[in-house]
Design a binder for this molecule. Sequence first.
Ligand SMILES: Nc1ncnc2c1ncn2[C@@H]1O[C@H](COP(=O)(O)OP(=O)(O)OP(=O)(O)O)[C@@H](O)[C@H]1O
Ligand SMILES: [Mg+2]
Length: 518
Amino acid sequence: MGTNYTEAIELKALYEIALLIGSAHDLATTLTSILKVMHDILQMERATLFLLDESGRFLSIKASYGLSHDERKRGVYRLDEGITGKIFASRTPFVVPDIHSEPLFLNKTRSREVNKETLSFLGVPVLVAGEPAGVLTADRLFGLDIPFAEDIRFLTVVATLIAQFLVLSREIRKNEAHLREENRSLRARLTPVFSRHDILGQSKVMQEVFVAISKVAPSSATVLLLGESGTGKELVARAVHQASRRHSRPFLTVNCAALPENLLESELIGHEKGAFTNALALKKGRFELADSGTLFLDEIGEMPLELQAKLLRVLQEQRFERLGGTATISVDVRIIAATNRSLAEAVARGSFRADLYYRLNVVPIVLPPLRDRAEDIPLLIDHFLALSNRQNRKSVRLSREVMDFLVRYPWPGNVREMQNLMERLVIMADRSQVQLTDLPPFVVAEPEEAGPRHTLPGLPVSGGSKRPSLEAMERGEIEAALKRHGWVQARAARELGLTARQMGYKIRKYGLSRPEFA
Ligand SMILES: Nc1ncnc2c1ncn2[C@@H]1O[C@H](COP(=O)(O)OP(=O)(O)OP(=O)(O)O)[C@@H](O)[C@H]1O
Ligand SMILES: [Mg+2]
């Protein structure tokens, strides 16, 4: 590869980066695009930009190309740690020709486990006014016949551009901050919202959910989230917390279906040392730990009756004593509760206290099932498809027929089921376009004994047009999931978005058991 050729490529890359900076709208996106240019044009496998975080103590990933979400999350370094830290502290570039023979190489993101022998690593400091502000790193294939010095020189130029961009955008941000605040509520009303707080939805019902979140978040009112499994209750709970004044305070979750009664109680209010046989040390409860933040009580419908009475007291008084303790602890906790059961029915049946129900039901938000908001389905499919494609480095698309089919599919597991299905389709796809025949059987097939549910277009519908009962559908759904997961209940439960307890209950209810083999 001739020098002129290399230079021409580098020039092209610089030109594109300059264009990106010139038309920048948003810091994170622009930085990511810059790294993508490095990947596309320079054959750098992965590129990562670390910046000093607000505490001034850690380097964390601000933008990356080629890392998955999890890898990005792992990539936080102390200033004196690893090669990234060393580059930062010494303000000097560093090259590791073969990353597997370098002890300093912590490989925190664990992203380099494939292609073991072939990768080399390059890193340069990002300097703002002579002071280190971050580190720019890239991996490239070992043995490209470009000298490392060449790449380092180039990375340094990019790091300089990035540094200038950072300074510039900080200035702009300062000026814009107050303007933005003024415009915020106005804009929220003017722009059509397809996505708020990471929640996607263009349907009218979801727009109403967004409005409800925005209205309720700033108050400390208790919120009750109602909706089938996988409709986004937890997502909304987090969004309410994020949009509230408590957002920098803790958000804690207690799953009321996951623990037996006695453990659940001490999980909520804690216990003193010696309160009971296994109470070897003092343990603070979630109410205490969530003080001045938000406590998310998931699957509240599963809470045992006796505990409901205690919970009500804590909610009303915001005070309690730890188990085995006498001192009264006062807290300021915002409660968000969620359930996929009808609490009103549970109240009528006597398995849920009416007074607690009214205490929780101050602001109910109902999350509609996917089948009732078909207009959101393509939007969500595109989103999860893009996500899985990115994670798996593929570019799988759905055929028109598959999309049409999925828009009419009833999605018993709602958004979670869709997320899983898209991931599965991307992973399994061995061609660029998914066809109807690629859909897994449980999506297209009729659950056994449950009658027709949702058949492929054009296929004859057996059994006439009689609709199967909900129970039969559920039974079929559960049995099919168990089969898919080799009767491992926990896995089947996870796929369907059920708790282990709910799964056990349904298995008993429908008398399901693993078929025996002779
Ligand atoms: N409107 C949405 N936009 C984007 N992602 C969504 C949306 N709704 C749900 N999801 C995603 O679907 C998955 C399931 O959502 P979530 O865990 O919030 O459901 P849930 O209602 O709490 O379910 P369960 O009752 O089973 O606990 C999550 O990964 C969530 O991020
Ligand atoms: Mg949930």
